[in-house]
Structure formats: C-alpha cells, structure tokens
Design a binder for this molecule. Structure first.
Ligand code: SF4
Length: 319
C-alpha cells in the first residue's frame, strides 16, 4: 500500500487527495498519521463542522432547484439529521437544527435570490482531478468548488466558496480569501479550464450569533497571480513528495520517529487527537473517545509500526 491507496480509501469519506488531506499534513504530520494511516477518528465531530457540512448540502439543493428555499431547508434538516450521532450534546444539535433554516433564509434574501439574475450556474460541486508534478512522477490533486458561475455582465467565470461562522462575517471572509482552499480552486480551475477567463473566487459568508443572522458576499472576489499559483503547485508537490517519503520510511522506521509530536500545532485551536497523541496505540485497540474508520480494512501493517523499538539507543516502548 502507498500514498495513492490511502487517497483511494479516503475518497469514500471526503474529497480525496484534496486540501484536507494535504492541509492536515502541513498542520501536523502526526495528526495526519493518526487520521489517515491508523484510521482513528474522534467519536464526536465539532458542531461548527457539522453545521457547515449540512449547510453545504442544502445550498447544493438550493441551486439545483433554482433558488427553492423550502427544498433547501428540508435538505438541511435531512443532512443534519444524518449527522446527529456525531454531536456530543443533543442541545447543540437542536440549536443548529433550528438556526440553520434561518441562516438559509438570510442567505436567500441577501445573496442567493440575486444569483439567478446575475449569473448562469455552470457547475455545482463538480469534482476535478488535477495531475501535477513532473511527467515521470505525476500526482493527483482533487478540488470540488461549491459552485462555478458565469457572470451575465462580464462573461467571466467565478468559483464560489461558502463559509458559515459565529465569530465575524468579515473575519471569516478574510480568512477564506487568504486560504489555500481558494488558491486551490483558482489553480485547479485555471489548469483544467484554460479556455475560461476567471474573475476570481466569490466568497459567501453566512453568520449567526445568538439572535443575529446575516449573510454577505465579499465585495471583491479573491484572485491570485500566476506566480502565486505556481508557488502553490510547487508547495503541493513538495508536500506530496514528503508524505510519500515518510510513508516509504515506515517500512524501516517506527512511526513515532517519523511523525513526532508537533507541539506548536497543538495549541492553535486545541486538538481533537490530544487524547490519543501522547500515548501509544496498540494493534486491535480503539482508544476511548475514538472510532476506527471501517474502510481501513487492513490495519495490521500500520499498527505493527507502533510496537516497541530501539534504534541506535532511541527507545520507544508500546505499553
Ligand atoms: S496533539 Fe498536537 S502533536 Fe498531537 S496530533 Fe494534535 S496537534 Fe499534532
């Protein structure tokens, strides 16, 4: 098994070989190993992530059904219900269930209802597989922009990225504008659709805090220079080369040597893998608070790497 196989398995859960896969490795290689190689997933998921995912599904229906708010709200409730057992607290699920439909109303009022006048809807959640790297060692990167519109005014194409937030409408927009996700969309679409003239990536933010609801499309679409797109591609290639090297290194070196703790990353947002990161995981065990992804059919090889070792005086004892 190699990195390609990992990507194939991941396809069953989320965008394969996409920004999540590489972004997680860049944030903390150890977390990447725990998630993608050992297949461990926290029993519960962050409510913000669950709400964002359900909103995403609802907006797809909204645009498929030509700005049909009622259909989108139903799709939202269905999507959130499907995620219900990933909520740790029922009260949080209920809160999201109720506020999500109002957030969609606000989206419809402020953004969505105008889109059918201003744009042609060209693609919805279309997945692109983008080859990159030298001819003799091609890698694949996946993007799936929420939507791609073509402006009726200027004829330019606009991938769309939508965020939900409880913090600040503008801060969420600025963070998305600067983020790799948007760079990935612009890079991927410009590579796969060279005939399209891009006007930038439109960023929509839907906000709710307590009784305040709002939605806004950022005034200026996010754009990247050709140089920035090249730098992005080079960074991607360097990450994938490093991941591959580490994966191959597992044949020789135990995983704690290759994936050391990355303490500065732990404190950024708090880490959902904290409970498993500082103690060795043994074959056949699923640590409390975690589940092991079912699609990880062949775990033994990976777990073998977690056993005790002693290399050149460096000792690690699996308990
Ligand atoms: S606790 Fe820290 S080192 Fe461990 S996986 Fe999380 S971010 Fe990485």
């Amino acid at each position: 098994m190699g990195v390609y196989d990992l990507k194939t398995q991941e396809r069953r859960r989320e965008s394969p070989a996409g920004m999540h896969f590489y972004g997680l490795y860049r944030d903390c290689p150890r977390k990447w190993f725990l998630k993608y190689v050992l297949g461990l997933r926290p029993r519960y998921t962050s409510p913000a992530f669950l709400l964002g995912g359900a909103m995403h599904d609802a907006l797809q229906v909204y645009y498929e059904d030509k700005a049909n708010l009622i259909h989108a709200q139903k799709a939202f409730r269905d999507a959130l219900n499907d995620r219900r057992d990933q909520y740790q607290e029922l009260s949080k699920f209920t809160e999201d269930f109720n506020r999500g439909v109002v957030m969609l109303e606000k989206f419809h009022e402020r953004i969505g209802s105008n889109d059918f006048n201003d744009y042609e809807i060209v693609e919805l959640e279309h997945e692109y597989q983008i080859p990159f790297g030298p001819e003799d060692s091609r890698f694949m990167f996946t993007i799936r922009p929420d939507r791609i519109f073509r402006s009726k005014r200027d004829g330019l194409y606009y991938p769309i990225e939508t965020k939900t937030t409880s913090y600040s409408l503008d801060s969420a927009g600025v963070a998305a504008e600067r983020g790799d996700q948007v760079t990935g969309y612009l890079w991927g679409v410009s590579k796969m659709r060279p005939e399209w003239k891009l006007g930038g990536c439109n960023i929509d933010v839907i906000y709710n805090k307590k009784s305040v609801f709002d939605a806004k499309r950022m005034a200026t679409p996010a754009m990247r220079s050709k140089y920035e797109l090249q730098v992005f591609e080079m960074g991607l290639y360097s990450t994938v080369a490093e991941v591959t090297q580490k994966w191959l290194g597992l044949e020789k070196y135990p995983w704690p040597l290759l994936f050391p703790q990355h303490r500065s990353a732990c404190s950024h947002w708090g880490c959902e893998y904290l409970g498993v990161c500082f103690s060795p995981v043994r074959d056949g065990e699923t640590p409390p608070g975690f589940i092991r992804d079912e699609w990880k059919a062949e775990m033994s090889e990976a777990f073998k790497k977690t056993q005790s070792f002693d290399i050149g005086g460096v000792k690690y004892e699996a308990r």
